[in-house]
Design a protein around this ligand. Structure first.
Ligand code: PHE
Length: 341
């Protein structure tokens, strides 16, 4: 009777050894630990390698199937390590999110419903007043070409009015060709190009100037532009519209007046003021009859159409309406300030 060759223990115990490794994998707590378990299991003295070495003692007729078992054992361990690694990744992420979580109730106390910013309130109230008078709302980009911001508004290169705007230029294209819009007036041109007259639009938006922030000035502020283009429009329509707006927005006891001024894009030009019920005057913004060159730049024939435009700051509005002494306070997002509105 031929000897039945002994099955070497490295092979007969492989199943149990793999189970032991799988248990370690299951309880591993970090990616590093998994790497160590895997290299121990597949390294020189690990169960896989020693089983492979012991194959020479296996009856040749069984070698192939035993070889496959050893290979399967290795795959089982590798798969388990990978699965655990993925699981640990998710757990580590959850733990990190948990650890970095902020207790917001600590910051604001009992959560209460918020409300829109007082500037946005003023912005929306102004829109409502003009929409009620038949205007629609137009928009333009914050980053403008110098053509829209200046040239098209009758302020050619080298015109002294350019300096007055304290522009912030953007490093793009030819030097001085791209600017953060210094006023909402470029929306006049964009609107004329985009739609046929008659035009009755307002354009509220953010504008930028190279100004040092103080109690009444910010380098980023907000304006609302108005533009009307129709047949036979003149200064009287401007005065009438400003007066109507003043009463609609502030109340019947308020009045307005125009004071001669100069803007390159309007002729004649006027500053407009609001009179409070106590008789005092408040300077609000600029206005005038649209200059023929501006109409031409917008592709409108000045022989056929005419119009007026106005523009004023919204931030000042908020300041006057709520008695904010330092405008900077309105934009630091201090809850104690915002809660008052
Ligand atoms: N754009 C002018 C400014 O920023 C205001 C203005 C608008 C004046 C429209 C006249 C007509 O000062």
């Amino acid at each position: 009777m031929p000897d039945i060759p002994e099955i070497p223990s490295e092979i007969s115990e492989l199943g149990a050894r793999v189970s032991a490794v799988l248990a370690q994998v299951e309880s591993a707590e970090s990616s590093d630990e998994l790497t160590a378990i895997l290299s121990a299991a597949t390294g020189k003295t690990g169960p896989i390698t020693v089983a492979r070495k012991a194959m020479s003692q296996v009856d040749p007729t069984h070698r192939k199937s035993v070889g496959m078992r050893v290979q399967d054992a290795k795959t089982t361990i590798e798969t388990a390590v990978e699965a655990r690694r993925v699981g640990l990744g998710a757990a580590e992420r959850t733990a990190r999110v948990q650890a970095e979580r902020m207790d917001l109730t600590e910051v604001v106390g009992t959560p209460t419903a918020g409300h829109i910013h007082p500037l946005t309130q003023a912005w929306e109230d102004l829109e409502d007043a003009f929409i009620g008078m038949g205007f629609t709302v137009a928009e333009g980009p914050h980053v403008e070409t110098d053509w829209y911001n200046f040239d098209a508004l009758n302020i050619p290169k080298g015109h002294p009015a350019r300096d007055g705007f304290d522009s912030l230029y953007v490093n793009n294209g030819e030097e001085g060709s791209t600017v953060l819009r210094t006023h909402t007036s470029p929306v006049q041109i964009r609107t004329m190009q985009a739609q046929e007259p008659p035009i009755y639009i307002i354009a509220p938006g953010r504008v930028f100037r190279r100004d040092t922030a103080d109690a009444t000035h910010l380098p980023v502020f907000h304006q609302i532009e108005g533009l009307v283009i129709d047949k036979g429009i003149g200064l009287a329509h401007l005065a009438g519209t400003i007066e109507k707006f003043t009463q609609a927005f502030f109340g019947e006891e308020f009045h307005s007046r125009l004071r001669p001024n100069y803007f390159p894009f309007t002729e004649p030009s006027a500053e407009f003021d609001i009179q409070r019920p106590d008789g005092s005057w408040l300077e609000l913004g600029g206005s005038g009859v649209v200059h023929p060159n501006v109409l031409r730049a917008g592709g409108i024939d000045p022989e056929e159409w005419s119009g007026f435009a106005f523009g004023f700051g919204i931030d000042r509005f908020l300041q006057i309406k709520h008695g904010v002494t330092d405008l900077r306070e309105a934009f630091t997002n201090d809850i104690r300030f915002l809660e008052q509105f």
